[in-house]
Write a protein that binds this ligand. Structure first.
Ligand code: ATR
Length: 273
């Protein structure tokens, strides 16, 4: 029987997840169907339960339901528990397993697809919301030389620093606190790009040969990536690779098979130009 999966969010119409997972399924010859489901803002749990009762096997969860999904799961992987956010649900009899594959997707895109090691590098994470929180542990596990977290509201960065201090050395503060410091990898995990905004980064923070990575993506380069280009940053990347890699990690959790990601990443990057 064809197994059913879905991505649930609000809004959801423009999600690329159905295309990505359908491509993975075809490539790995898995008999599954993957759809996009719009959940009303006040009905996440009933929407998920209905899908589960109709023999759904798993779901991806996107904005704004990742925290609710975390509370809804009956078991959490360590990385989901630490992130306090769930982007993948797996249904198995009475168990609802919650996982978070976002950080693994980011790390894999940087280290495997872009061939840029994080180990030993000076990394700056911009933002201290849910998107940032989800990637801190996987980044620390790569053993960067330093991980700095900068946020418009510095207190939130300081809170994350305290919360994650057991997993590695983190510095935290406002963007201006890092003026004069140089970073090899700068990751934008703020929501600023959504509104064509740009955090107030001090000029000159990019080291020679740096990578500027925006976890968002859009047809045009984001303002952060345009800013980085003006700062002569050598490597620029948007979040398409991360999107596909987090999907591959979810697919692996559900099906036990790791799909090839290069072809669909190239296809999405071309179609978004
Ligand atoms: P998400 O779950 O997507 O991370 P969030 O929890 O609302 O969303 O967090 C949004 C992040 O983007 C925060 O770090 C926010 O900074 P504040 O904590 O100071 O609000 C950041 N952000 C959003 N718009 C921004 C802008 N124009 N400039 C700088 N930071 C911005």
């Amino acid at each position: 029987m064809t197994d059913r999966y879905a991505v649930v969010g609000n809004p959801i119409a423009h999600s690329k997840s159905p295309l990505i997972h359908t491509t993975f399924a075809r490539q790995t010859q898995q008999d599954l169907r993957y759809e996009a489901i719009l959940a009303p803002l006040d009905s996440f749990i009933s929407t998920v339960e209905a899908f589960r009762q109709q023999d759904g096997k798993g779901m991806n969860v996107t904005v704004p339901f990742k925290l609710e999904a975390c509370r809804f799961a009956t078991e959490l992987t360590e990385r989901a528990s630490i992130a306090q956010a769930v982007n993948t649900l797996k249904f198995e009899s009475d168990t609802i397993l919650g996982d978070n594959t976002d950080g693994a997707g980011l790390v894999r895109d940087i280290t495997a697809n872009l061939s840029i090691p994080i180990a030993g590098k000076r990394a700056l994470l911009m933002g201290a919301g849910g998107a940032a929180r989800g990637v801190i542990l996987p980044l620390l596990q790569q053993q960067p030389a330093t991980l700095a977290i900068a946020n418009r509201t510095p207190q939130k960065a300081l809170d994350l620093q305290r919360q994650f201090s057991a997993y590695g050395r983190i510095s935290a503060g406002s963007y201006m606190d890092f003026a004069g410091t140089h970073f090899d990898i700068v990751i934008n995990a703020t929501a600023a790009s959504l509104n064509d905004g740009l955090p107030e980064l001090p000029d000159g923070i990019f080291a020679a040969g740096a990578l500027a990575y925006d976890m968002m993506y859009s047809k045009e380069p984001t303002r952060f990536l345009k800013y980085a280009a003006r700062q002569n940053v050598q490597y620029l990347a948007d979040g398409i690779g991360m999107l596909v890699e987090q999907a591959a990690e979810s697919f692996h959790l559900w099906r036990g098979i790791r799909p090839d990601t290069a072809t669909i990443i190239a296809q999405l990057k071309n179609s978004s130009n």
